[in-house]
Design a protein around this ligand. Sequence first.
Ligand code: ATP
Length: 220
Amino acid sequence: MKQTYAIIGLGRFGGALLETLVANGQDVLGIDINEENVNDYRDIATQVVIADAQEDDVLRKLDIGSFDHVVIAIGHNMQASILATINAKDLGAKNVIAKAENKIHLRVLTKIGADLVVQPEREMGERVGRKLLAPNMLNFIELSDEYSMAEVQVVNPQFAGKTISELNIHKKFGLNVIAVRHEGEVLVAPKASYRIHDKDILSVVGPKDMVDDFDQMTNN
Ligand code: ATP
């Protein structure tokens, strides 16, 4: 479904986000104070504007409140990031996603009403760390402080040929197998009698530490 997006700040983060959304057929307005940055996206974005997003009436004139999603992708200039977030929320933007530089910035953005605050460097650092520690974990989503969802590839020959119930995945780990990918085919909600093959990718959901333990077990 086509949605409308406004991205304020066209640095590496905002720029990559804009390119991804446009490549997937979305309407994107890009805003940046720096003319050179704006020019980089002139032929890509639906519309670009050179403007200082912390000025009171800039976001109002652009009718920011009418966009489905507004992303504040300004990091270093914390004042601009905070004012742009407040202005976007005051103008009625339903979903404001803001990028934070550090923990304090994150707390402030959350307090002033950002619907989602991201810390790309921190999140990517954690992701790379997890990838190094658990190379079979293809994807990991933190659902809460306690629960996560992960895609784990089976490379332990002792797993292959056994059914989900024989492996006691639910009892031993407290995990639910919600899908299995076998040679490109996805089987949603597999039965307990499903026989696991080497290289199958299991999507599991459950307590975080158990997801980690399960990943270790699926290793050789
Ligand atoms: P990235 O990591 O995304 O490259 P950065 O942290 O290196 O970003 P920032 O200082 O966060 O750089 O700036 C991101 C973008 O936001 C820049 O292109 C900058 O010109 C733009 N920007 C900064 N202040 C404002 C403002 N007041 N209004 C609009 N755009 C702004």
